[in-house]
Ligand binder design. Structure first.
Ligand code: SAM
Length: 244
């Protein structure tokens, strides 16, 4: 899968992209990431990329010309891939959105700065808008890395365990069960005996129940959409009755 990232701060990306799973995915050709500096497409002497907003008010706005020139210079006109604007006004990012984006062979990510991009970029160049949460960052770079990371780890072959992305929190509509590793006892706190029993059936049942319990305690809103058996619904009803 190919990503083209458009930003005023390309140096933000490589320290993260050059680490761990993302670095290996790129080395193995599973993900290709090209980061472009929008300023390189500004044609005036000082490579100006922002200007004051029409109508007054504080802050600066990213000018449309360098953004159109950068995206169309790399992807053609019209762009050969979906162009996603990172913005706090976009649709909320989630596992489902990451899985949807992982189906594309090629995506462009456009990072805003200042007060954001000129509205004509949003209207005539961008095909999708994504927010990573209900808060405002100083720029779209972290948001683009969040999207990139979440999408790349879903690509076939990226994670050693091919089932891992399907077991993680949110993939199954539940939060994941708790994990433990050696030592079996740390400061007197023991790893649950069931995990050391070697009985894979019991372990799977314990993990499922823990995932249900965590989701019920922390994110009960997820349970309404989760795929649960009648027995599991009854178990949750029992916890609810006990909590009253
Ligand atoms: N004035 C804008 C508004 O109120 O909607 C916020 C601009 S913000 C300071 C600058 C840039 O950071 C945005 O253009 C966007 O690219 C990025 N950004 C900020 N918060 C974000 C979020 N929650 N999700 C995705 N991108 C975000």
């Amino acid at each position: 899968m190919r990503f083209d990232v458009f930003t005023l701060f390309p140096e933000v990306f490589y320290p993260y992209l050059d680490l761990s799973i993302l670095a290996r995915a790129r080395q193995r050709g599973l993900a290709e990431v090209h980061v472009h500096n929008i300023r390189d497409w500004a044609t005036d002497k000082h490579h100006v990329v922002d200007d004051e907003p029409y109508g007054g008010g504080g802050g600066m706005v990213m000018k449309p010309e360098p953004i159109f020139a950068a995206v169309e210079g790399v992807l053609g006109r019209p762009p050969a891939a979906p162009v996603i604007l990172l913005t706090p006004q976009g649709r909320p990012f989630s596992h489902a959105v990451a899985a949807e984006l992982a189906q594309y062979p090629h995506l462009a990510l456009l990072c805003g700065r200042y007060e954001g991009v000129d509205e004509r970029v949003r209207q005539h160049l961008v095909s999708d808008e994504i927010s990573i949460g209900d808060y405002v960052l100083t720029g779209g770079e972290l948001a683009a890395l969040v999207v990139l990371d979440a999408v790349v780890r879903l690509l076939p072959g990226v994670l050693g365990d091919p089932d891992a992305p399907h077991k993680d929190s949110h993939a199954m509509g539940l939060l994941e069960y708790p994990h433990y590793t050696r030592p079996a006892v740390f400061r007197g706190w023991e790893v649950p005996a069931v995990l050391r029993s070697g009985d894979h059936g019991r372990i799977a049942r314990w993990r499922r129940e823990q995932a249900l319990r965590r989701t019920w305690e922390r994110r009960p809103d997820l349970l309404a959409r989760a795929d649960l058996t009648a027995e599991e619904r009854a178990l949750i009803a029992r916890w609810e009755a006990e909590a009253r």
